[in-house]
Design a protein around this ligand. Sequence first.
Ligand code: COI
Length: 354
Amino acid sequence: MDIKIVKNTNPKEKPDQSNLGFGKYMTDHMFIMDYDAGEGWHDARIVPYGPISMEPNAIALHYAQETFEGLKAYRTADGGIQLFRPEMNAKRMINSNARLCMPPVPVEMFIEAIEALVKVDADWIPTAPETSLYIRPFMFANQGQLGVHTSKKYIFAIILSPVGAYYANGLAPVRIMVEDEYVRAAQGGTGFTKCGGNYAGSLIGQEKAERLGYSQVLWLDGAERKYVEEVGAMNIMFKIDGEIWTAPCTGTVLPGVTRDSMIQVLKKWGYTVREERLSIDDLMQAGRDGKLEEVFGTGTAAVISPVGMLAYKDEKLVINNEEIGELTQKLYDYLTGIQWGRIEDEFGWIRKVQ
Ligand code: COI
């Protein structure tokens, strides 16, 4: 792919690495390319980060034809730069786009665009412990028209943000509220895609949770509000009586890259992993019986996030004394060890950028 590069002549000052938070700062450049039906992708370019101009009647603004991805670039101790399973993100975006009637970005093109942009903004990759460069590819329908039809024009863009921990308290266990009123996804819908609309529809649950003192929402299935599915910004796993349970990816759950990676690691370590439906009643009962040993979220942004409390209706279940579980810590250390190049990548998950 031919990528034109226009350097930013007015680079910003880099933020303090000890207080990055998540997604607050953007780097100096962004990648953009255009799609027109009949012509395909064209005009790939890396330009200074800045506003994108759109027609007020662009389809994305009215009918939410939009998808996105999230992955990270890591700076290794020897000064290298590496990505974690970027082809998984590329393939997931192709699947999301197919559901939203949007054109695919071929896997190699997706990765090439990321690598080119990361190289241009390489000095933005933070080096402080547990920090990384969050990569946000996204695509939206840019044809101007008010009829509800598939767009004939799209923009695919990538922006970068140096980040620390997703949650304000780092690896400290989070408290999660089980949502029993609103739903996130239903069979046949868009739950398995990474589209902005899924997140828009879930904000009301997130607001409610935050108002009540919780960090995130645990969503139940859309048909019966009975089975646990996923959390707002991550998949979720439960260690019950020595076995790991997580919701199956059967259409309503996001097929997380970290989720898939942890399932492979857990199996390699000899754990039984049950990708099966688990009812909230059985989960709460396991907690009451002292069998719910650990709960943790998995996600690119959140990495491995211990859960210390689950609140469902009037009951508050405290998990592992609101302390990080042994397995949760072990998974976190192993995954981040591979990502930052501290331990050997037995699975072949790392892609070196330089
Ligand atoms: C990610 O983990 O990369 C996500 O996209 C989750 C969230 C920040 C939307």
